[in-house]
Design a protein around this ligand. Structure first.
Ligand code: TXA
Ligand code: MG
Length: 315
């Protein structure tokens, strides 16, 4: 059974003890809760994959306490990574760089590593107290909805030995993943940090070629199409009010944004919508809904990350 623990000195001490024993601990970040383990312990990383039931070809993000620790993961830290890290770390930006030759791959046989410095004080406390780089995917069963509260973690992964409870995650959606190994930074996963602000800092950002017509970016190499999925069947609709409901499994709920009536009415502001999305999907699942009609958000870049997650939830 998982133990929900306050992130005080005693909670952190226990968490560090577990991490040093090559086991796993769930902890809050500013995006979603992570399932953390010593990134370069084969045993600990294997435990993450086992608990999540995650496909072994899908690599993990390494969380570190500061820029210096990030640089230790690579032999060639690009200038651009310096600029982006300087501007956005700690924060919801993950950078993919070439992995140092002496380090093993983290769950994948590639030559890169994904790294970020999280902004949540509890995550930083844990990184500093343990002195370890922590591999941490979202703390949920593979393909399920990411957790934005400690309660979500416990329900999805009851066997995690310890969950540090840091309240509700402020961003509520995963970090933006950017590959900076080439000349032009390449978006691998749209996320909390928006494209506009990234472009202001870094100039052109290459978007994935396929699927750009509807503005929905292709996933990171490891990401499957169906992901972030509730148990209920989610259906994206131009207008939930026009949907023919005959033949749909009941109970039916609607997930909309301000301006339309629905079961779950989220903000019409993309950042606020993102912050509440996973919690809303968790609530609808808990309520035993069989079908969720989802009002499609606008086709603008500000909604890129939200539309990416919704299209996967509905895949
Ligand atoms: O906000 C977040 O990023 C959260 C919190 C816990 O930090 N973590 C998270 O991890 O979302 P996860 O494992 O659910 O997603 C990691 C993403 C996947 O799409 C994976 O394919 C990609 O990062 N990724 C990891 N390592 C990579 C690499 N070396 N090259 C390309 N993509 C990589
Ligand atoms: Mg995930």
């Amino acid at each position: 059974m998982s133990g929900l623990v306050a992130p005080d000195a005693e909670g952190l001490r226990r968490a560090v003890e577990i991490l040093r024993a090559d086991s796993v601990v769930a902890f809050p970040t500013e995006t979603v809760y992570g399932l953390g383990a010593h990134a370069f312990s084969e045993k600990a990383v294997a435990e993450i994959y086992r608990l999540k039931n995650r496909p072994t070809w899908n690599p993990l993000i390494v969380h570190v306490a500061d820029l210096a620790a990030a640089r230790e993961l690579t032999d060639e830290w690009p200038d651009r990574a310096d600029e982006l890290a300087g501007r956005f770390w700690p924060g919801p930006l993950t950078l993919v760089v070439r992995r140092a030759a002496h380090l093993p791959g983290i769950g994948a046989s590639n030559d890169t590593v994904a790294v970020r410095v999280p902004a949540h004080p509890v995550a930083l406390d844990l990184l500093r107290a343990s002195g370890l780089p922590l591999a941490a995917p979202s703390a949920n069963r593979s393909e399920g909805i990411s957790p934005t509260t400690a309660g979500h973690v416990v329900r999805s992964l009851p066997d995690v030995p310890l969950v540090l409870d840091g309240g509700t995650c402020s961003w509520g959606i995963e970090s933006t993943v950017l590959d900076v190994t080439g000349d032009v930074p390449r978006l691998l996963r749209p996320g909390a940090l928006g494209l506009r602000i990234l472009r202001d800092a870094s100039g052109t950002i290459a978007l994935p070629e396929s699927e750009t017509e509807d503005g929905v970016a292709r996933p990171s190499p490891g990401m499957s199409r169906r992901h972030y999925a509730p148990r209920a069947r989610a259906i994206l609709c131009k207008d939930v009010r026009d949907v023919d409901r005959s033949g749909l499994a009941e109970p039916i709920a609607t997930l909309v944004y301000e301006g339309t009536d629905g079961t779950e009415v989220l903000s019409a502001d993309p950042r606020e919508y993102a912050a509440d999305l996973y919690a809303a999907l968790h609530r609808l699942d808990d309520a035993g809904v069989a079908t969720i009609l989802v009002q499609e958000p606008p086709q603008t870049e500000d909604w890129l990350a939200v539309r990416d997650r919704l299209s996967r939830a509905a895949a």
